[in-house]
Ligand binder design. Structure first.
Ligand code: DI6
Ligand code: FE
Length: 402
């Protein structure tokens, strides 16, 4: 299978900086991989593609990567949104047994097919905006069987859609009601599920929610140690609502990423820098919870910590399915430059998932790219609420509209 894509305006985002613009560019794709990327006029002679497309000057970027979602769950939390508008806070609702735990009940009650059907609709909404790789966390099952069901649903999405899916086990997301008052016993159980998830091929990384309404640093460390014994990489929901020193703890365990980070300290920044940990910023949750404390973007920049951007799609704190909107919010709310935001949903997002085979347009990488009705990638960070992805290709396979 070989395809030649010609006469595109390429933004390769290769290398450490710059857009990597190629005015009249071409991509040569073979067996799902980019074989050649460069100016159309310099195409190697003698290529005999099975298919050839003329993109007539349209913009082509790397496929977008959403490195933090909770895509598989039952129900929604629109009623909780109304409660918050009447004055209740996210933390108060969580402490009263609502919040994450209400989604846990709805998830346990949903059938496998219902979980798959709703998650596939969400995945397709993200794909319609050029997303070609998605991370999906468990964390709304909170029993061994229900966590496995959610991870298996994520795997099935990766098999049945033209989409790269990475799965993350997040048993330590919230304390399920049957373990009320016994958080340490729950952590023992959640640590014990990891080997089975790994043996079943269900898990690529392990995450935890380290915060006042989540788990303590000591409990988080036990999850990391269990992951470490199995050789599984780790990530952390860190410093979202308070500073627990979670980022430094995760960095000491070699975390791929620390996510949220509004309350990250200078010591946390330094630890992440030393470990090469990616900072995944989640402007959707910041916006939807009406947070006022900004993540320390300038300190991360000065330290050279790579910054990624994600939707954090979940029913409670970020019910968005637009990574393009996050691109805009990363600029407007967090003051990233459009180029930093783009790196955040491509190259740095790949790194947050431990993936080296995607994230920019370069020979040898997966043929993951999006074609846009736009002049320049910065236009897509500038607009909000509308971006025009004309077509997208994942592993050489073109997405068919639903
Ligand atoms: N932080 C979040 O933003 C999500 N999980 C987490 O630990 C929210 C999950 C939810 O409210 O359902
Ligand atoms: Fe999250």
């Amino acid at each position: 299978m070989s395809t030649l894509w010609r006469h595109a305006r390429l933004a390769t985002l290769a290398g450490e900086q710059g857009w990597g613009l190629v005015e009249d560019g071409a991509l040569w794709v073979e067996h799902g991989q980019l074989r050649w990327v460069g100016p159309d006029a310099a195409l190697p002679p003698g290529l005999t593609p099975e298919t050839e497309h003329d993109l007539a000057g349209a913009l082509v970027t790397p496929g977008l990567i959403d490195p933090h979602t909770h895509l598989v769950y039952g129900g929604d939390r629109a009623a909780e949104f109304e409660q918050r508008l009447q004055g209740a806070t996210y933390e108060e609702i969580a402490r009263a047994g609502g919040g994450i735990r209400s989604t846990v009940s709805a998830t346990r009650a949903a059938s496998d097919d219902e979980l798959f059907r709703t998650a596939a609709l969400r995945a397709r909404a993200l794909m319609a905006e050029g997303v070609t790789t998605l991370e999906i966390k468990s964390g709304y099952g909170l029993t061994e069987a229900d966590e496995a069901r959610c991870l298996a649903t994520a795997r099935r999405l990766g098999r049945e859609l033209p989409l790269g899916v990475r799965t993350t086990s997040l048993g330590a997301h919230a304390l399920p009601p049957e373990y009320a008052g016994r958080a340490d016993a729950y952590i023992d159980a959640a640590c014990g599920w990891l080997a089975g998830q790994q043996a079943a091929g269900l898990v690529d990384a392990v995450d935890a929610f380290c915060d006042t309404i989540g788990f303590t640093p000591a409990q988080t460390r036990r999850i990391f140690e269990a992951a470490g014994r199995l050789g599984l990489p780790i990530k952390l929901h860190a410093e979202q609502l308070s500073d627990q020193g979670g980022a430094a703890l995760a960095a000491r365990h070699g975390a791929l990423s620390c996510d949220h980070l509004e309350h990250l300290s200078q010591a946390g920044v330094a630890a992440m820098r030393a470990a090469g940990t990616v900072a995944v910023l989640l402007p959707g949750a910041y916006y939807f919870l009406r947070e006022t404390r900004l993540p320390p973007v300038q300190a991360l920049r000065e330290a050279g910590v790579p910054i990624a951007i994600a939707t954090d799609h979940n029913p409670g704190s970020s019910p968005t399915l637009s990574l393009l909107l996050m691109l805009n919010m990363a600029c407007t709310l967090f003051r990233l430059t459009p180029e930093e935001a783009w790196r955040g949903v491509t190259q740095h997002a790949a790194r947050a998932l431990g993936l080296r085979d995607r994230g920019c347009l370069a020979p040898g990488l997966r043929a993951d790219f999006a074609v846009w009705q736009a002049e320049h990638p910065r236009d897509l960070a500038y607009r909000f609420g509308h971006g025009r992805c004309i077509r997208s290709v994942c592993g050489g396979v073109e997405r068919t509209p639903p």
